[in-house]
Design a protein around this ligand. Structure first.
Ligand code: FPP
Length: 247
């Protein structure tokens, strides 16, 4: 049976998060400059967004640029910003056609003004779309987000006894989205890299050696099949989940 045929469409994750890694290695392996890997990475973003749309996934969060990525050589940062600007402009009609709503999380005030305005336009244009919500993490890191959350809590003068998990979740940039069910990281690295540390508390983690520019439909199906083999217990026992426990 094809990989797609093995997926139980009634038990898909509601929210998939992806650490898109390996663009630089992909380029170097072909004797190309790193930016060519990022350009090829955009093609993978396009493919996976379309596949998620076709499957009916509700939320897809992509780690496109981390807070730490500002420390890369200026030439690479500038090239990535130009790529983001060009991509958001070029892809907006496709997002509209596929009923995809674009959103961003992260310290987007740090982005160049041209990038900020392109993203603002695309977010406005797609805000009424009701299909997939595509969330791009831009100038994002979890420690930045949690630090901001603490700052907001202090500014709000919250009483200590009013602080609970719901209150903290509400202060995060992801407040209006459910937590990811599945995290995928490409390129063989086994790290979370400061990504959605709070939100991934109960996510299933899936690591693949495939480099992001090579990641395609079949790779996503393989991740979903693996996800569907897991038992998500959320701290409970298997018996509690199947409701047969006599303890
Ligand atoms: C990690 O690969 C990838 C990035 C830091 C950037 C990801 C950006 C894109 C895929 C393009 C723009 C995205 C959108 C949403 C339009 P790496 O450079 O760290 O690779 P390496 O570990 O092999 O060096």
């Amino acid at each position: 049976m094809s990989l797609k045929g093995q997926i139980d469409t009634t038990r898909l994750p509601q929210h998939i998060a992806i650490i898109m890694d390996g663009n630089g290695r992909w380029a170097r392996r072909q004797g190309l400059r790193r930016i060519f890997g990022h350009r090829q990475g955009v093609e993978a973003v396009h493919r996976i967004t379309e596949t998620c749309t076709a499957l009916g996934i509700r939320y897809l969060t992509l780690y496109a640029f981390s807070t730490e990525n500002w420390n890369r050589p200026k030439e690479e940062v500038d090239a990535l910003m130009t790529l983001l600007i060009d991509t958001v402009e070029k892809e907006t009609p496709t997002l509209m056609k596929n009923n995809v709503r674009l959103a961003t999380i992260g310290d987007t005030d740090r982005l160049p003004s041209a990038a900020r305005s392109k993203f603002t336009n695309c977010i406005r244009q797609t805000e009424g779309n009701t299909g997939l919500t595509l969330i791009l993490a831009l100038s994002y890191s979890s420690r930045w987000e949690l630090t901001e959350a603490v700052r907001k809590a202090v500014q709000q003068g919250v009483a200590p006894e009013a602080i609970n998990e719901e209150y903290i979740s509400g202060l995060l940039t992801t407040a209006s989205y459910p937590d990811p069910d599945l995290l995928i990281r490409t390129s063989g690295e086994l790290r979370i890299s400061n990504f959605l540390l709070w939100q991934l508390a109960y996510a299933e983690l899936y690591f693949t050696d495939t480099l992001w520019p090579d990641f395609g439909e079949e790779d996503l199906y393989a991740a979903l099949i693996d996800y569907q083999k897991r038992e998500r217990r959320f701290g409970k026992t298997s018996e509690q989940l199947s409701n047969t426990s006599n303890i």
